[in-house]
Unconditional design. Structure first.
Ligand SMILES: [Zn+2]
Length: 193
């Protein structure tokens, strides 16, 4: 399973610290909720890329854990990254925002088009998250207007808080596909931060 964790630093600093980052220590397994002591073990790292808003790529370690009780492999993904995307959360959202505001966006056009498409496909999910946290809002058929409206609401909450709070909503996450079997099926489930 994938566990999102706020290291309270950005990509650049995380990349610099590499394996010296302050990885979270759990009391309980994030998957089975069993006592971590004696069961939850560090299981090395895998390496992936993270790309910032200046299109600079950093090769970074992702810490892995393994639970002997439930056999789950757990990856600790820094919350500035979205699973399966190389660009940081901030970069993706900010470029989509610029596009929605009619501004000229730097970076790969094809990638931008994909990010916009995924953002717009996720509007119902974003809408559902905001309804879930108590907003009384409707959803019209004007997709551009809706995209602009929800972008503004995301920015009002803050990109990172929005991402962390919405993580796991309807077993999915921001910019993710709707059904993800490896996410724990529990409403608003968040790993300890
Ligand atoms: Zn477990």
């Amino acid at each position: 399973m994938l566990c999102i964790y706020d290291f309270e630093i950005e990509l650049e600093e995380y990349a610099l610290k590499e394996r010296r980052n302050e990885f979270p220590v759990f009391d309980r397994c994030p998957n089975c909720n069993g006592i971590a002591q004696g069961n939850l073990h560090r299981n090395g790292y895998y390496w992936r890329y993270g790309i910032n808003e200046h299109d600079e790529a950093f090769h970074i370690p992702i810490c892995r854990l393994r639970c002997l009780a439930c056999k789950a492999n757990i990856s600790i993904l820094p919350s500035f990254l979205i699973p399966y995307y190389q660009h940081t959360l901030y970069t993706i959202v900010d470029r989509v925002r610029q596009f929605l505001e009619g501004k000229k966006v730097i970076g790969c056009r094809q990638q931008l088009a994909q990010h916009i498409k995924r953002f717009c496909e996720g509007i119902h999910w974003i809408h559902s998250f905001f309804v879930d946290i108590g907003h009384q809002i409707g959803l019209s058929n004007d997709s551009k207007k809706e995209a602009q409206k929800y972008m503004k609401m995301i920015l009002d909450i803050g990109i990172s808080p929005f991402f962390r709070r919405s993580w796991g909503h309807l077993s999915s996450y921001f910019m993710g596909k709707l059904i993800l079997p490896y996410l724990r099926y529990k409403k608003n489930y968040n790993c300890p931060t």
